[in-house]
Design a protein around this ligand. Structure first.
Ligand code: PEP
Ligand code: MN
Length: 258
């Protein structure tokens, strides 16, 4: 059996409003790990818009390692995220963890994120293959390139070729960083699939100070964009504060890339 059927390396540009993801101009996605309150996400969205972000991120259904950690605000979080996106004039991306929430997520979001932990969830991949919204498919934390590409193929072969791949680091023997950011895959999966590929240096390193240099490295190796965690007060964040940039830090980084 041939492995690749639908994604054959022919270039795919993902269109979303005025954005053409994969057309050569990098796309900037940013926002908090989790939507924590209406005020938090609206304040963040308005400031990110000023800074020049293209897509607002924020988790409402959170895949947390511990069941005792903040699990996200659920549908209320989606409402706040949508309101914040509308107020700021930004499209939004949020994670779908469970197929049972597909209809709810469809009502709110512009891009559906499939997280690292769900890259191997084949029923979920098939389900988002049948919808008409772009899918942000994160690399599984232990996924080989071939497995990641075949996960994308699950979505594409069910009818949805609007897929953005996202490298977010993999588990290796190295524990100094949260994950090992594998930038060599950027040109590889771009060539193999034709899909746009973005990088998440926040989860990819887990260390705030590494986000700026790894953003530059991602863009230098041809990434079609970056997704970065930004929080108005990282010290108080309910999830991933240690790897989140403040709005000021993100503004400086974004300006320095011009
Ligand atoms: C996230 O983007 O908030 C997230 C949970 O990422 P990942 O699936 O890469 O761990
Ligand atoms: Mn996070």
């Amino acid at each position: 059996m041939k492995d690749k059927k639908v994604l054959n390396g022919e270039k795919v540009t993902v269109k979303l409003g005025k954005l053409n993801i994969g057309d050569g101009k990098p796309v900037f996605m940013a926002g908090p790990c989790s939507v924590e309150s209406r005020e938090q996400i609206i304040e963040t969205a308005l400031q990110l818009k000023e800074i020049g972000v293209d897509v607002l991120r924020g988790g409402a259904f959170k895949p947390r390692t511990s069941p005792y950690s903040f699990q996200g605000l659920g549908e209320k979080g989606l409402k706040y995220l949508k309101e914040a996106g509308e107020k700021a004039g930004l499209p939004i991306v949020t994670e779908l963890m469970d197929e049972k929430n597909l209809n709810i997520i469809m009502e709110y979001t512009d891009i559906i994120q499939i997280g690292s932990r769900n890259m191997y969830n084949y029923p979920l991949l098939k389900a988002v293959g049948k919808v008409d919204k772009p899918i942000l498919l994160k690399r599984g934390m232990s996924a080989k390139v071939k497995e990641w590409i075949l996960a994308a193929e699950y979505i594409a072969s069910n009818g949805n070729k609007n897929i953005i791949l996202c490298e977010r680091g993999i588990r290796t023997f190295e524990t100094y960083t949260r994950n090992t950011l594998d930038l060599a895959v950027v040109p590889i999966v771009k060539r193999e699939t034709g899909l746009p590929v973005i990088v998440d240096p926040s989860h990819g390193t887990g260390i705030r100070d590494l986000v700026a240099p790894m953003t530059r490295a991602s863009l230098a190796c041809g990434a079609d964009g970056v997704m970065i965690e930004v929080h108005p007060n990282p010290e108080e964040a309910l999830s991933d504060g240690h790897q989140s940039l403040s709005l000021e830090e993100y503004g400086e980084l974004k300006n320095s890339l011009l």
